[in-house]
Design a protein around this ligand. Structure first.
Ligand SMILES: [Zn+2]
Length: 519
């Protein structure tokens, strides 16, 4: 059990995104492990469902980090790494169950000198032909029948890492929204490191059980592959294909050709790996399902390639290779004084903006205001006053719309708001904070192409949920560190608590020797 005292040897991070159905079982599979060494279980969830609540109810002593904005898998991993105290850090998806001795065997493998240890995948539900075929098709290199041994890091997954190795690897990619483990494995390989595959460490995955579920799952995986593979390759070593298509007919033809070619490659990979590492008779007995699964996957890929997002994706791929690609979550290191940024969203508002400006002026500090077009239109004088006081003006969209990739929506929400804010403030508006933190690589690439930086935050006291001034201030002051970007809100309803908390927040930050700067 985890009740052992002492510093944990291993930290197991459970990553959940809307996994209400399985997360409690997943966490329990770790908490009930037998292990002679101390280990800890951390849970990182986002997505706004009851996952975090369910875990807290059942396992009140488990550390749960629940993010109000949707975390990409990479961001969830990085949060887990920050919270982890162990020398080995392992990850488990919240739709998987850890096998018995998952922890102990990982610790043993790391102790015998392996820096990165990969595990196998099995099926958690009923054993049906579709479930087996899904396993062979999706995880052919991770079957429990594959013997233990060194493996090319870029074709094994489910890695646990020695902390020292993670420090060399750097953080997981947060911007692409997927493929963060693939990118980490490519870096692993470029460092000359190998992974150790250990089949006795396995995660039982709640995968599809009947043929229909299997086909749907494969179709989605194919579409996801189309969505991310281009981007992944843009920041990885490999670049490819479909650069430009002159005629729509040529596009269909090209995609069809590539799909056919891919079926061949995937076929060899899937069947080759399954036959190599699976039991031949088992693989052959579900052959028709495997054929259907590969075709469904390819169909999903082809349709996503031809869809309206295809163009945006190809452009995003070009932008992703540029140095200014990325999301600002905290201030880059630099300068002699440790800098912290205060940001205020949802204004300007006559109830809060003048009072905030007064407080900031009293302390002689500057901040950033992410303003809405609708509010700026109503209170143009406040935009001018804020800018005149030396604060930075950022763009929080025209109408607080949750962004999706649609050129017309982005024009109306981002460009329209920017034009007004530039006009009223007389200053350039470079920073965009998407409402709810909703971004995807296509939107991010669009923003970069328009010359904007996307800004999120590193500290969020959730003042909009009205926890009271004391709670807001202590949330911020407990977490503030060099480079922190703090998000506060001045919406009509909750400004009062934020306003009352502000002096304590500024006092606390300045008394630690940090300087407050606009973005
Ligand atoms: Zn907002």
């Amino acid at each position: 059990m985890t009740a052992r005292l002492g510093r944990p040897v291993l930290s197991a991070v459970v990553m959940g995104y809307r996994n209400e159905r399985t997360i409690v079982q997943s966490v329990r599979s770790l908490l009930e492990q037998t292990c002679d060494d101390p280990f800890e279980v951390l849970v990182v969830t986002s997505g706004g469902d009851r996952s975090a609540e369910l875990v807290r109810e059942r396992f009140p002593r488990t550390v749960v980090h629940d993010s109000p904005i949707r975390l990409s898998a990479g961001a969830a991993r990085n949060v887990g790494v920050r919270l982890a105290r162990g020398d080995v850090i392992a990850f488990l998806a919240a739709d998987c169950l850890a096998s018995s001795e998952w922890v102990a065997r990982r610790i043993a493998a790391h102790r015998s000198g392996h820096q990165a240890v990969a595990g196998a995948v099995s099926h958690a539900g009923r054993d049906t032909p579709a479930a087996r075929a899904a396993l062979f098709t999706t995880f052919p290199s991770r079957l429990t029948t594959r013997p233990a041994g060194h493996a090319d890091p870029s074709n094994v997954f489910g890695l646990s890492y020695a902390r020292s190795l993670l420090e060399r690897l750097g953080p997981f990619d947060e911007e692409l929204g997927a493929g963060e483990d693939t990118l980490a494995s490519r870096r692993l390989r470029s460092l000359g490191e190998r992974a150790w595959f250990e089949p006795s460490i396995h995660a039982a995955h709640f995968g599809p059980e009947n043929t229909w579920q299997m086909l749907r799952d494969q179709f989605r995986r194919g579409a996801r592959r189309a969505r991310w593979a281009d981007l992944l390759n843009a920041i990885g070593p490999r670049r490819l294909r479909l650069e430009r298509m002159r005629w729509p007919g040529a596009g269909v033809f090209t995609v069809g050709l590539i799909a056919a070619y891919e079926v061949r490659g995937r076929w060899q990979w899937t069947i080759g790996s399954a036959l190599r590492w699976g039991r031949k008779r088992q693989v052959l007995s579900v052959l028709p399902w495997i054929v259907a699964a590969v075709l469904a996957n390819e169909a999903g890929w082809a349709i996503a390639q031809l869809g309206p997002e295809g163009h945006a994706r190809r452009q995003a791929r070009q932008v992703a290779a540029q140095p200014n690609w990325g999301i600002l979550r905290s201030l880059p290191a630099g300068g002699r004084i440790d800098r912290v940024a205060l940001t205020f969203d949802d204004g300007p508002s006559p109830r809060t903006t003048p009072a905030i400006l007064e407080t900031l002026a009293a302390y002689g500090v500057r901040a950033t205001f992410f303003m809405l077009g609708t509010q700026a239109e109503r209170h143009p004088d406040l935009v001018a006053r804020t800018a005149a006081a030396g604060h930075s003006i950022g763009n929080h969209t025209w109408s607080h719309a949750y962004l999706r990739y649609d050129e017309r929506v982005l024009q109306a929400e981002i460009n329209r708001a920017s034009e007004l804010l530039v006009q009223l403030s007389g200053r350039a508006v470079r920073h965009v904070r998407p409402p709810g933190g909703r971004l995807n690589p296509m939107i991010l690439a669009w923003l970069v192409r328009q010359g904007f930086h996307a800004v999120l935050w590193s500290i969020d006291p959730r003042d909009w949920s009205r926890p009271g001034p004391a709670a807001i201030a202590s949330h911020v002051l407990e977490r503030v560190e060099p480079g922190s970007v703090i998000v506060l809100h001045e919406s009509e309803t909750d400004g009062a608590g934020t306003l009352a908390a502000l002096p304590a927040i500024i006092d606390g930050i300045l008394s630690r020797g940090y300087s407050l700067v606009p973005l």
